[in-house]
Design a protein around this ligand. Structure first.
Ligand SMILES: Cc1cc2nc3c(=O)[nH]c(=O)nc-3n(C[C@H](O)[C@H](O)[C@H](O)COP(=O)(O)OP(=O)(O)OC[C@H]3O[C@@H](n4cnc5c(N)ncnc54)[C@H](O)[C@@H]3O)c2cc1C
Length: 637
């Protein structure tokens, strides 16, 4: 190891260097480095002010002054050219949901439904107008997904697959003028819908294990390998296909033929999740793709392209979760009003009211995170850390809403066929896994957050340890301190600066009294996070990559602070008493999670008050959201 360490130092990433210095195997260090390198390359696609170190979260943690302006999306522009198309799309989905014509015979979203949406521009929302699209800002697109998901979530999910992770984003962002001209008009018109094929039987969380390979033969690539779990992948679709070309991940825009053949077959299986759409494995055996369909990003490789789309997809996922949770609440209220136990409706019970209020709190958080992240994307930010927080919050909230709040309130009927829960439970859970499993993403979030600090202060220490053949550094040991005096001096300056500035409090003007304390609390948390993160790095030193549970815990703490700040600031701009009260509840819940305190009686009174307002019909977020008939109704006496 010692001979390879120094020459590689110029090229290898912080994580890779740390792993080598920590004595990890060559293979693991190399794979980690490959992911890190792809990540660095995505960074270089963005102007410096929009890169991760200048992103709102990174600055809030490390700059000793939270850039409040970057946490508050401004009010929406009054109108945009895409508005009419969005209105028509939402109307079509509502109408078809009401007349029961969304699905075809096997219960999948029907071709006729997709064609009707195509006519009004649904599939081209994110495509530039010059290619026949609507050129919608991502913020408006995300809000449309929420509206559509309240009625038919898989339709929203399909737009996200097509527009964010499918072929639309790769081609519009990385395509050559010729590729844009060839693909975007068809993708925008809905003539060809798309998906993205990244996952393989051996490669899901670990994208360095990709095996599907493309080899250039004359004017085309021949693809051989297998993909798994690919949404929207059926004959005739266009697929962003991640393959290895000359050992490098690359993306080919592949047109699946109208029928399977010797070079391409679908691998069918029964998947419970996303039951209204198609999801297949894809098997390629010398499958030809024209060589001019290879996307060539200005820097980086195929993973650069994948990561770019995933940021959009993760925000879209949060937007869709916000819609699905509205549907859960809209279906919970009639049932809680109907069901009587011990002589009273269950909606008068405190436990049930807590669930109703908590659901509104989660919706408010998901709305705030969606609006914030999509505004950042529209501004040009990479938004990698922000979109991860939105994805984790959205998917975990939906899981909690479905299981802890909705299922428990509906009792045994939850498990009936035809019940919103019973029929869709897998759809409520799967977002925790697709587009990156939450805890794995949480660790990636930590890595992004700690990278610059680690590279500046800990990598030099690690190298010095290696030079002096020391395994660990103990500040109490004078020999250690002397040997690492230069490296420690620079770190000590940072630490001292933190201690001196750490307690500086900041108040945000114009906050509503109920939300102001949450903003103050979150800002105070941000002054603590650098020391929490840094002392963990000191404590575990080169063993930190193995301390996954601690990393996950710290990552979650920062994420909770972010959600709290964003939700409080976003709700402060809403002119709606209930949204403000729901945001207050969510922030209270997050604060107790961060401090470990027990809830006060005043908190339970607030919960009751929010539930009361919702039961009185005052929650604008669920106005007009359809609900199913109560199942197994009986005569209430
Ligand atoms: C409904 C659905 C739709 C999907 N659609 C698509 C699609 O359109 N296109 C596409 O490409 N993919 C798609 N996927 C695949 C999805 O993205 C993957 O399932 C996901 O990335 C996880 O990969 P995996 O299933 O291989 O999990 P694995 O890689 O097998 O990991 C399983 C679990 O092991 C743990 N784990 C793994 N590695 C580590 C580690 N180093 N440290 C600690 N824990 C670890 C994590 O908890 C992880 O979740 C879809 C999946 C589903 C369920």
């Amino acid at each position: 190891m010692s001979t390879t360490l120094e020459p590689k130092s110029e090229r290898q990433s912080f994580a890779e260097a740390a792993m080598r210095l920590g004595g990890k195997g060559e293979e693991e260090a190399r794979r980690t480095g490959a992911v890190d390198a792809a990540d660095d390359q995505v960074e270089s696609l963005f102007a410096p002010q929009y890169q991760t170190v200048n992103s709102p979260i990174h600055r809030a943690v490390w700059e000793r002054q939270v850039p409040i302006d970057l946490f508050v999306p401004p009010p929406w522009p009054e109108s945009a050219p895409c508005d009419e198309a969005i209105r028509q799309c939402v109307e079509i989905v509502r109408r078809r949901r009401l007349d029961g014509s969304c699905y075809d015979q096997p219960g999948k979203l029907s071709r006729a439904f997709f064609d009707e949406l195509a006519k009004v521009g649904y599939w081209g929302m994110l495509v530039d107008r010059k290619y026949g699209g609507q050129g919608a800002p991502f913020r408006r697109f995300a809000r449309m997904l929420t509206d559509i998901a309240t009625v038919e979530p898989t339709t929203a999910g399909t737009a996200s697959v097509h527009g964010c992770i499918g072929a639309v984003d790769p081609v519009r962002t990385f395509g050559s003028p010729d590729q844009k001209q060839r693909f975007l008009p068809r993708l925008a018109s809905g003539q060809a819908l798309s998906g993205f094929a990244l996952t393989e039987p051996c490669a899901g969380s670990d994208l360095t294990a990709l095996r599907t390979t493309a080899v250039l033969r004359g004017d085309h690539y021949e693809v051989t390998g297998e993909k798994l779990f690919i949404t929207n992948a059926i004959p005739g679709r266009i697929i962003g296909l991640v393959v290895m070309i000359d050992g490098k991940p690359s993306v080919l825009i592949a047109e699946l033929p109208s029928a399977e053949n010797d070079q391409w077959q679908m691998v069918p299986y029964d998947l419970y999740a996303l039951s209204h759409t198609r999801n297949n494995g894809l098997k390629f055996n010398g499958f030809p793709v024209p060589k001019e369909n290879l996307l060539t990003p200005p820097v980086g490789d195929g993973l650069t392209i994948a990561y770019h789309g995933l940021n959009l997809g993760r925000t879209a996922l949060c937007a869709t979760a916000a819609g699905s949770m509205r549907a859960l609440l809209a279906n919970m209220l009639p049932w809680a009003d109907f069901r009587r136990t011990y002589g009273a409706k269950i909606n008068v019970r405190e436990l049930v009211r807590r669930r109703i209020a908590r659901l509104a709190a989660l919706i408010t958080g998901a709305d705030a995170m969606t609006d914030w992240c999509s505004w950042l994307i529209d501004q040009g930010y990479r938004g990698e850390m922000e979109c991860v927080v939105a994805k984790i919050f959205g998917s975990e909230s939906l899981k909690e809403a479905a299981i802890e709040l909705f299922m428990k309130t509906h009792g045994g009927r939850s498990f009936l066929k035809g019940h919103l829960f019973g029929d869709n439970v897998y759809d409520f859970l799967a977002p925790c896994i697709y587009e990156g499993e939450g805890e794995m993403l949480g660790m990636a979030f930590f890595k992004s957050l700690a990278k610059q600090h680690g590279t500046s202060y800990f990598e030099p220490v690690g190298r010095a340890l290696h030079r002096h053949q020391m395994k660990t550094f103990s500040p109490a040991n004078p020999v250690h301190s002397w040997r690492l005096r230069r490296e420690m001096w620079s770190y000590s300056k940072w630490w001292l600066g933190e201690r001196l500035s750490g307690s500086k409090r900041r108040h945000v003007p114009g906050m509503k009294p109920v939300l102001a304390p949450h903003v103050d609390f979150a800002l105070n948390q941000f002054t603590r996070h650098p020391r929490e993160l840094s002392s963990t790095m000191i404590k575990h030193q080169l063993k930190l990559p193995d301390r996954q549970c601690r990393i996950a815990e710290l990552s979650q703490r920062v994420q909770d602070t972010v959600v709290m700040l964003v939700t409080a600031l976003w709700a402060n701009q809403q002119n709606d008493e209930l949204t403000i009260a729901a945001a207050d509840l969510l922030c209270d819940d997050l604060r107790r999670k961060l401090t470990g305190q027990r809830p006060a009686d005043s908190y339970f009174r607030n919960v009751g008050r929010v539930a009361e307002m919702i039961l009185d019909g005052g929650y604008r977020a669920i106005v007009g959201v359809p609900h199913l008939e109560i199942m197994m109704k009986y005569e209430n006496k």
